[in-house]
Design a protein around this ligand. Structure first.
Ligand SMILES: Nc1ncnc2c1ncn2[C@@H]1O[C@H](COP(=O)(O)OP(=O)(O)O)[C@@H](O)[C@H]1O
Ligand code: SF4
Ligand SMILES: [Mg+2]
Length: 360
């Protein structure tokens, strides 16, 4: 469904999104100046290790943050040309479920344990779309069928605990799809599921996204998950977007040392997916007191004095769709020289010991 007059406009424009939280230790900068656009029907993969700001980013877009969240006025979230921060209360009430829907990590906490599956699917249909009870029931069966749940009519009378984890996540997806959203946000949708079910759910999301021509934001801590599924990838580190490109371009020419480290940490098939990021030594910075320079500097094998003093902004090198925030990018002469100098010295400008690091 395209809106008349809206063609040619990106589905979603996020400009300068920053989100901080008031905490007992001070202001925690969870997301810092993130900008991107998403076209209709496009899949964007957002990748980064735990705590990098992925969930806060999409929760900021959907306006579902706790009261302690602080968002500066220059942050803009524009859906089909409409500034979502300027929605009236009446508009906002129906906006989120119908335009953008979300699937969370844990299917058990997103479902109400004491309500039947049927009611949980028909409630939003009746609330947002004003459907009658019988029409909503018929649509609920259709939706369960769409997410490939066998015997859909029987499932309507079951409770969440009567279903497996994978089936519960299918129900969540059915609820998310119920009002035909233009954008589906899936925040680590398979992390709580076992490995064999993970692939089934990801395949289901991919097929639905294509068949229904929805845009999708697929969030994961695992670069391997989005490698074959996303049109474009954005890599986040410590609240900032550090590299973004078309998926093929990213894998061909990875420029940011953190993205490179993520790629190297993708294990072979035989390893369990949850241990992957341990391969990058060190920890992300404390977001209450982020460093003045590059936030990856303390863990970066390429780091020079400039990285400690100055915060790199996203820039492009020729291809306007491929942006990265690094002074000494991987695979460039500057990057090669920086790494060679550090290896010769045995350490980086931040004192990271390269003798102790695994040879790449
Ligand atoms: N409600 C909150 N109050 C304070 N800090 C928060 C809150 N929610 C998230 N954070 C912090 O924001 C940062 C980003 O978190 P999050 O977006 O959940 O990371 P990710 O989804 O990438 O694992 C983390 O440092 C986290 O501790
Ligand atoms: S080379 Fe410098 S700017 Fe680039 S990621 Fe490493 S520390 Fe950051
Ligand atoms: Mg998260």
């Amino acid at each position: 469904m395209s809106t008349p007059g809206a063609s040619g406009m990106p589905l979603l424009q996020v400009e300068n999104l920053s989100t901080a939280f008031r905490t007992s230790r001070g202001i925690l900068r969870a997301v810092d100046e993130v900008s991107f656009t998403l076209e209709k029907g496009e899949t964007l993969g957002i990748v980064g290790e735990s705590g990098s700001g992925k969930s806060v980013l999409v929760r900021s877009i959907m306006n579902i943050l706790p009261r302690t969240a602080l968002i500066p006025p220059q942050t803009k979230v524009i859906l089909e040309g409409k500034d979502t921060r300027l929605l009236s209360r009446a508009e906002a009430k129906h906006f989120w479920g119908t335009q953008i829907a979300m699937v969370f990590q844990d299917p058990m906490t997103s479902l109400n344990p004491v309500k039947k599956i049927g009611t949980q699917i028909t409630d939003p249909l009746r609330f947002h779309l004003g459907m009658s009870k019988s029409a909503a029931r018929a649509r609920a069966i259709e939706l369960l069928d769409l997410v490939r749940i066998p015997e859909p009519a029987r499932r309507l009378n079951q409770y969440p605990h009567e279903l497996s984890g994978g089936m519960r996540q299918r129900v969540i997806i059915a609820i998310a799809l119920s009002c035909n959203p233009k954008l589906l946000v899936a925040d680590e949708p398979t992390t709580a599921l076992d490995v064999t079910v993970q692939k089934q759910i990801l395949d289901l999301l991919e097929n639905l996204q294509r068949d229904l021509n929805m845009a999708m934001i697929l969030i994961t801590h695992d670069l391997g998950v989005v490698a074959g599924r996303a049109d474009r990838i954005a890599v986040m580190y410590a609240g900032r977007m550090v590299e973004t490109a078309d998926t093929k371009a990213l894998f061909r020419n990875m420029r940011h040392p953190y993205a490179e480290a993520l790629l190297k940490s993708i294990p072979r098939l035989e390893n369990p997916s949850h241990t992957r990021l341990d391969a990058i030594s060190g920890r992300p910075p404390d977001m209450v007191r982020p460093p003045a320079g590059c936030r990856f500097a303390s863990r970066c094998r390429y780091a020079q004095d400039r990285c400690v003093a100055e915060l790199p902004e996203l820039t492009t090198a020729g291809d306007p769709d491929h942006r990265f925030a690094c002074f000494f990018p991987v695979g460039t002469p500057e990057g090669e020289r920086a790494l060679a100098a550090n290896l010769a010295a045995g350490q980086t400008a931040t004192g990271l010991d390269l003798h102790a690091q695994a040879v790449s």
